[in-house]
Design a protein around this ligand. Structure first.
Ligand SMILES: CC(C)(COP(=O)(O)OP(=O)(O)OC[C@H]1O[C@@H](n2cnc3c(N)ncnc32)[C@H](O)[C@@H]1OP(=O)(O)O)[C@@H](O)C(=O)NCCC(=O)NCCS
Length: 154
């Protein structure tokens, strides 16, 4: 750690962040996951998405989320990740808390997310943040695509 320097700063995303984000997803997830994060999510939801950067500008973490256009009480976190060397330092918690604050400001009362049943880190993280965690839901995202769903009241 560099004494005196912040480990990261957090800002609102911009459309052009997509390329840096998509470049790290498979590596940070440890498996192919990037096809679930298509450019449309950043192009249309950058205003409610967050980017964390290290002092030199390297991507430290990100959260791609939106205020549901159809469900007026809900907000949704589509993807969130933290660089492996920065994990367990509270960065993902900070990104989620900023997103919760944004959702509350807009009158949202529920935040939802999903993950694959193999993603034990994600399940542990969401449980630690107070999300209700479902049992794996068979074929949730189509044939053989089981998912665990998360729900938190703000
Ligand atoms: C899941 C992920 C985003 C968590 O990021 P993080 O910055 O390390 O999380 P935080 O430091 O904010 O953790 C907050 C709490 O969540 C829980 N938690 C986080 N990672 C955990 C792990 N690997 N095992 C168990 N609990 C964990 C802990 O209770 C932690 O608090 P503590 O460190 O004080 O014990 C990160 O591991 C990651 O990027 N994984 C790969 C991408 C991914 O699977 N994303 C899932 C969301 S789509």
């Amino acid at each position: 750690m560099n004494a005196g320097l912040p480990e990261y700063t957090v800002r609102t995303a911009r459309p052009e962040d997509y390329d840096a984000v998509i470049a790290v997803v498979d590596d940070w997830w440890g498996r192919p996951a990037s096809r679930d994060l298509t450019r449309v999510f950043v192009d249309h939801f950058y205003g409610t998405s967050l980017i964390a950067e290290e002092p030199g500008g390297a991507l430290a973490g990100f959260l791609i989320g939106f205020l549901s256009p159809s469900e007026s009480s809900q907000a949704y976190v589509h993807f969130a990740g933290v660089a492996p060397h920065l994990r367990r330092s509270g960065l993902a918690r900070e990104l989620y808390e900023r997103f919760f604050a944004r959702a509350r400001e807009d009158g949202r009362s529920v935040v939802k997310a999903i993950t694959s049943p193999v993603n034990e880190r994600s399940i542990a993280f969401h449980a630690a943040l107070g999300f209700e965690v479902s049992e794996p839901r068979p074929d949730y995202d189509g044939p053989s695509l089981d998912r665990v769903t998360f729900r938190k009241r703000l």
